[in-house]
Ligand binder design. Structure first.
Ligand SMILES: [Zn+2]
Length: 166
């Protein structure tokens, strides 16, 4: 599992020519750099990730599917550390996960009561995702932000609603 900057840079805290260039050309961002440093420190160099996306005030860290739990950490320990250091909300999502898994990871700890396909007046298909009403307060960000994140990650049109009956 790899981080977007090399071990030498992570160890020294300074950037080598190669990584400096990646930062200059925008291949990696300052955010990538900051997250890599934290993960290197808390994960003994064993935790990596693929890429990050920023939407609204939320940073989404995308990693290999089987690495999601590791990156979140026991009881959310690692994600909390990243969130505290960067003062940002953090979500972790597995790469190439199916629609339901992405929605579940993004909305946690709020739970989904159901997902179904609905058609708009224009005949366009959308995935309607219902969040349990009792979990509305546990949503990690605003509904519209979360909706954009799920759309961005899945490439599907979505409609995120609170399920008042559940
Ligand atoms: Zn380097």
């Amino acid at each position: 599992m790899v981080l977007p900057i090399c071990d030498v840079c992570l160890k020294s805290g300074m950037l080598c020519q190669g990584c400096e260039n990646k930062l200059k050309t925008g291949e990696i961002s300052q955010l990538d750099l900051d997250i890599a440093k934290i993960l290197y420190r808390v994960g003994d160099g064993k935790i990596g990730y693929k890429r990050t996306i920023e939407i609204g005030d939320v940073v989404i860290i995308i990693t290999e599917k089987d690495q999601v739990g590791k990156l979140i950490g026991k009881g959310g320990k690692i994600v909390r550390e990243i969130s505290k250091t960067l003062e940002r909300k953090i979500r972790v999502v597995g790469e190439d996960s199916d629609f339901k898994a992405v929605a579940t990871d993004i909305l946690a700890p709020a739970r989904i009561s159901g997902i179904n396909i609905v058609y708009g007046k224009d005949g366009e298909q959308r995935y309607k995702i219902r969040v349990r009403g009792e979990d509305a307060r546990r949503l990690p960000a605003k509904l519209d932000v979360l909706n954009s994140i799920i759309q961005e990650l899945t490439g599907e049109k979505t409609l995120l609603v609170i399920d008042r009956n559940n």
